[in-house]
Design a protein around this ligand. Sequence first.
Ligand code: HEC
Length: 127
Amino acid sequence: MFKWIFMAVALVGITVTPAQAIDGAKVWKKCKACHNYNKARNKSGPSLQGIMGRKCGAAIKFKYGKDYKKACAANAWTWDAALLDEYIADPKQFIKARGGKRSKMAFRLKKPDNRKAVIKFLTDNAK
Ligand code: HEC
């Protein structure tokens, strides 16, 4: 009996330890007012379903900003972890670096650890 309790406690200990890493699902809550990740339906922002490996500006029926479209037409990037990190850190700066001026995404995720966590969340779940 005591042995079992001891083992149960030990197991809980093992599963709890890695929880120190930032939970990407929690960070996602900051994005979800404007984006879906597992449905094609757009909100005020484009759906991010399948965003990893997706071309810029590819959400069906979403009206991207003029400058976003311009930057995308000129650079035709494919989203990966590094580009997502640059974009969500400062969308306006990202568009500026690619020949546009404005971004319709009025949101910045400043903390690198939060960006890393939410990108992991999208990599695993935005399918
Ligand atoms: C206030 C609403 C809002 C929030 C919050 C927001 N976004 Fe956006 N997002 C937008 C809009 C609007 C666009 C379209 C940008 C444009 O047309 O200039 C966009 C575009 C994007 C794109 C480009 C998609 C494509 O189809 O090329 C990505 C990637 C993205 N957002 C990720 C995120 C992530 C990740 C978060 C959370 C960390 C987030 N966004 C938070 C509104 C938002």
